[in-house]
Design a protein around this ligand. Sequence first.
Ligand SMILES: [Mg+2]
Ligand SMILES: [Zn+2]
Length: 209
Amino acid sequence: MFVFVTPSTTPPRAVLFDRDGTLIVNVPYNGDPGQVVLMRGAQAAVGRLRELGIRVGVVTNQSGIGRGLLTRAEVDRVNARVDRLLGPFDVWRLCPHTQTAGCGCRKPAPGMVYSAAAELGVPTQRVALIGDISSDIAAATAAGAQAVLVPTPATQPADLTTAAAIAAIAADLVAAVELLVGPASAAAPLPGAVMSPGVACGDSQAALE
Ligand SMILES: [Mg+2]
Ligand SMILES: [Zn+2]
């Protein structure tokens, strides 16, 4: 059922991850670090990116804060647990607002992608976002970033359809990273390694705005 696409010829310089249902098992409105459980392949995927010198970040909607269901301090403790298990991440962005607040940061709005990319000094065109639902994909594409959907059993069929049209779909996080940077085989050159010198860096100014 999965659609695999050819890996990008230009690997991203930064990869942003959705948190719930992507890096860790989705526990709705979780304020308890003890309930943090990593998704399959999370450590390997993040570790691979770090080895390649690709910056890593997290962009997460936490509307439970805006709804008064959990506190910012609780979310921070959960995030600290994620950082201990997988990080440290180079950048974190969190939207505490409700769906009706009309903010620019809650995915599918692209605010957190722009903001994280700016903090990393990476143009959004060289950023990829990995997430589990269509709002992740929409936020990425609205910012001009690449996107990879890693579905979970909770991912809606409609999200798969949407994602298939505009993004890549991978079976797990390791496969998602492989789509972006190439297979992990030590003998195989990375996609970026076979490009002519200068091409990879020439666009770094353009998209920073
Ligand atoms: Mg999610
Ligand atoms: Zn927001």
